[in-house]
Structures are given as C-alpha cells and as structure tokens.
Design a protein around this ligand. Structure first.
Ligand code: AMP
Ligand code: GLY
Length: 413
C-alpha cells in the first residue's frame, strides 16, 4: 500500500514510525512532516487544509490510503473530497469532525445517544449565561468552538462564573456558552479507531494539560502522557466502549454521518462513573506518542480496515509494561514561545524514542520552530520505570530556555 499521512507534529512522527513497521506499507509520504519524520519517510510541502490540493497529490502519487493526523484538514472537508473521489481515508468527514469543533453539537449527540456527560445548559447570549451562572454556584463555563481548552473556565463560585461569561462574551464568537456541572475525579483519554459502526479501543492514557509540574500554570496542548492509564481496569475500558463509543457512532450514523477515523473521548472518572468531558475527531497529542509505543498490532492494517468499513471489533494486543512521553517545550510556551534556538539532540537508547514536533532544519543545525518541540518517550516494566527513563532522556535534550514537566505519570498508581 502507498500511504499519505497528513500533519507534522509529534503525533504524526509517532504514527509514521509505527506505520513504517507494517509489511503492508510499500511507501509512506508525509505532508508536510518535520525533520524527525524526514529521517524515516519522504516529506513534501502541501497546504493540507486544501481539499483539492490533497486530492491532487493523492492522485498524482497513486495513494491507496490517506491518514489524517490533525483536525484542521477534517474540518476543512479534506476527507469528504478524498472519499468522494474514491480514495480510502482514515479521518471523518467534516460533518463528523463537528463533534470536536462544537461543544454544543457534541452535547446534542451525547444527549440523543444517552452518553454519560455533565449536566449542562446552553446559552446563545453571554449576558443571559452570566445571569444564570450566579445561581449555579461552582460551575464550569465553556465557550462553544474555542479550541485547546482556552474557552474553559472552572469557576469556584457563581460570581467567578458570571465574570467568565462576561469575558467570553467580549470575544468574537463568544456568545454561545455552556454552563456545565462541575465534576471531580481523575481524567483520562480513551481513543477508538472506528469504521463507521465498529471500533477497536487503544489503551487508556492520561495527558497532563497544565504547563508546570503539579498541574500548575495555564492550559497547553499537552505536556506529557502515559499509557496504559492503569487506574482503569480492562472491564471499565470495555464498558466505556459500550456506553460511550458505540452509542455515539450509532447516533452519528443515524444522522447520516459514517464516522471512519479516531474518536477520542476526554473522560473524567467521577464517583458516579465515567463522564465524557469532550470529544475529538482525531488522535490525541501527546497521547499517540505513547500509545504507538504500547500497541502490538499492524497499524496500517487497522487504519485501512477502518477506512474501508471492514474492521473486526476485538481487543487490541498491547506490549507489556508502560510508556511515558515527556513534552519538551520552547521558552515562553504556551503564552509566547521563543523560536529559532539551536537544539542539541542525543542518541536514543533501547525502548527510547524522540518524536519531533516544532523543529526545523537551518542548514546543518536543528532549531526550534514551535511551542511544543520534542516528545521524549520511553518504555519500561512499569509507569514509574518508564517515567524515570523518559525524564532522563528529556534532560539530555537541551536548548536555551527549554522546559518540561518531571512529574508525567507521577500520579499513576
Ligand atoms: P475541555 O476543553 O472540555 O476538555 O476542558 C478542558 C479542561 O477543563 C478539562 O481537561 C478538565 O480539566 C476541565 N473540565 C472541563 N469540563 C469539566 C467539568 N464538567 N468538571 C470539571 N472539570 C472540567
Ligand atoms: N492531548 C489532548 C489533545 O490532543 O487534544
């Protein structure tokens, strides 16, 4: 099979690494890729949110399967265009990607499908939301459609919530606001590879969204992850498949949306059971980096079967032990990342991998070109062992002002 992978982050580097191990893959093209990916696959520049441009490249290169990493091409209708032209693609149509782009739509689907989630009220007027917030007391305020956790405020009082509503209302497109029941419990990510109606579950994982150790500081795209999230039993994972993934796919299909791609549920394990906080229509970053290290399957075969609607539902084989990924970020990330600093790389040891994200070649040197620069990953017999190795690896990767969390996976039992 000739594969085309879209994206250029740590998630895509990990996917490329895993896909290259499949005997089914005769060639792997990545657009736009990054310097780490360029060492293991051919990279080409491409405007990946332009459906016509992606389709033209797929046709010109005789591509059998397109794998879409990030959400932007999905929202832009890249998967729709490929599918309409008869090209197999792993990634949902734009209609399915709305489950990530609109919190209101995600809630509507969950309510219709009976998926356990926080109680909520939807407002199309920020002032009305602010008024109502006063009587909720502690509550979560969410702006519809604002990405990366930036539109979410966990308010400890009605006054704080009302203030958050007013602040969001001042933003463009900040009028549609959700007030949501404040839940408690550990958070985890569960991802399903879906063929429209059937799915297989990757190992549960846990992201670390705050920038500093101890879950302090502002939200980020994710500062590190580990898998498996070992506080969840196999039976609990299976139950999440049945209570979350299965009814969501069925509800989407009922609405005419055949979801062929990754369905990511961000969950909170509350005392009353798991509750969905959010859906994404793609794999997580940095979760994918550790999930690929743990997965003991032919990824290309799985994604092809999803794209063709030919998946066999079954438990996936996982490698023993655990993997931890530590994100190394540029100075100033997430507020104002400083770019262009020269990076010192080191050799990876056994069961260690360095995935690139915000890196760029400048002549013979590698420099930072994004907020999240590298993910240092390691596998070990336990989360604690993998954590120690990943943190040590991260410590050997240096540039001016780089920072990372030393506590990724520290809360794993
Ligand atoms: P979201 O963008 O919906 O994933 O929210 C970002 C973060 O806000 C989550 O990772 C949680 O830490 C927190 N959060 C969101 N919804 C709730 C909720 N209902 N109760 C408590 N915390 C929440
Ligand atoms: N790591 C969180 C996400 O990919 O959305």
């Amino acid at each position: 099979m000739k594969l085309l992978l879209l994206g250029g982050g740590g998630r895509e580097h990990a996917l490329a690494w895993k896909l290259q191990q499949s005997p089914l893959v005769s060639s792997l093209l990545v657009a736009p890729g990054n310097p780490g990916i360029a060492a293991i696959a051919e990279c080409v520049p491409l405007e990946i949110t332009n459906p016509a441009a992606v389709l033209a490249l797929a046709k010109a290169r005789g591509i059998d399967l397109v794998v879409v990493g990030p959400e932007a091409p999905l929202v832009a209708g890249v998967a729709d265009a490929l599918r309409a032209a008869g090209v197999d693609v792993f990634g949902p149509d734009a209609a399915g990607a709305r489950i990530e782009g609109s919190k209101a739509f995600a809630k509507e689907i969950m309510l219709a499908a009976g998926v356990p989630t926080a109680r909520y009220e939807l407002f199309t007027d920020a002032a009305a939301a602010a008024q109502r917030a006063l009587s909720w007391g502690p509550v979560v305020v969410k702006a519809d459609g604002l990405a990366a956790g930036k539109g979410v405020v966990v308010a400890s009082s009605g006054e704080e919530a009302a203030e958050a509503c007013r602040a969001l209302g001042a933003l463009p497109a900040g009028q549609t606001i959700l007030l949501e029941e404040l839940l408690t419990g550990p958070e985890l990510s569960v991802m399903a590879l879906c063929d429209g109606s059937r799915f297989v579950l990757l190992a549960p994982s846990q992201d670390h969204k705050r920038v500093f150790a101890g879950d302090l500081g502002p939200n980020t795209g994710g500062m590190g992850a580990y898998a498996p999230a070992n506080f969840l039993s196999d039976a609990q994972l299976e139950a999440i498949g049945q209570s979350v993934m299965a009814p969501t796919l069925a509800e989407l299909e009922r609405r005419g949306c055949v979801f062929r791609g990754a369905l990511y549920a961000g969950l909170m394990l509350t005392p009353a059971g798991p509750r969905v906080l959010e859906f994404n229509a793609r794999l997580g970053d940095p979760e994918t980096q550790v999930l690929m290290m743990q997965l003991d399957e032919d990824l290309a075969a799985l994604l092809r079967d999803c794209a063709r609607g030919e998946l066999t539902a079954r438990p996936l084989r996982q490698k023993p032990g655990a993997s931890v990924g530590v994100v190394l970020a540029a100075e100033g990330y997430p507020d104002a990342p400083k770019l262009g600093d020269a990076i010192t790389l080191v050799e990876e040891g056994a069961d260690e991998l360095i995935f690139h994200a915000g890196t760029r070649r400048e002549g013979s040197i590698l420099v930072t070109s994004g907020g999240r620069v590298l993910t240092a990953c390691a596998r070990g017999a336990s989360v604690a062992e993998a954590k120690a190795r990943a943190v040590a690896l991260a410590g050997r990767l240096t540039w001016r002002g780089r920072h990372f969390r030393e506590d990724i996976g520290a809360k794993a039992p």
